[in-house]
Design a protein. Structure first.
Length: 159
């Protein structure tokens, strides 16, 4: 995706910020110093590696990856950036690099398998909330929308 197209895409983040004012979203601009990510797969793989090897750092990794992407506009498809994030949450650069070398392919396949499973379950967007294991609700929604979906589901189950 071109930088211009990614910048336009990231402008949609303002809707999420309106729905959840406790969060911070900084859409990318043409002047952003970093290149936009080319894929989310490397960040997901890095998270899986951290979760498997440093489970006590997984929550920090999750928060830091989201912040890197949505707040700091870092290139989360770049393994140097991902390594820096691992170091920032207290993981040794050398240890992380060794685990990446050893586990990257296997964890990538795991992420792809989970992605395909989600598609099979009807997940077509991020975020998607699956209500009662039957109703996928795609996209960022306001609380009233979730309440309406849940009420509909309850009404159908009571018929």
């Amino acid at each position: 995706m071109s930088r211009e197209k990614f910048v336009r895409y990231s402008q949609n983040w303002s809707k999420m910020a309106e729905l959840e004012p406790r969060t911070t979203f900084n859409p990318w601009t043409m002047e952003s110093p970093n290149e936009p990510p080319t894929s989310s797969l490397p960040a997901q793989v890095a998270y899986k590696i951290i979760e498997a090897n440093w489970p006590n750092r997984a929550a920090d990794a999750h928060r830091s990856l989201l912040e890197a992407y949505f707040v700091d506009n870092r290139t989360i498809s770049d393994w140097d950036v991902l390594t820096d994030i691992a170091v920032e949450i207290g993981i040794s650069r050398d240890e992380f690099g060794a685990m990446v070398a050893e586990q990257r392919q296997r964890m990538a396949q795991l992420v792809i398998d989970e992605h395909n499973s989600a598609i099979d379950e009807g997940v077509t967007a991020v975020p998607t909330v699956v209500i009662n294991n039957v109703l996928p609700v795609p996209g960022a929604q306001d609380a009233e929308s979730y309440i309406a979906w849940i009420q509909r589901l309850v009404e159908r189950q009571n018929v």
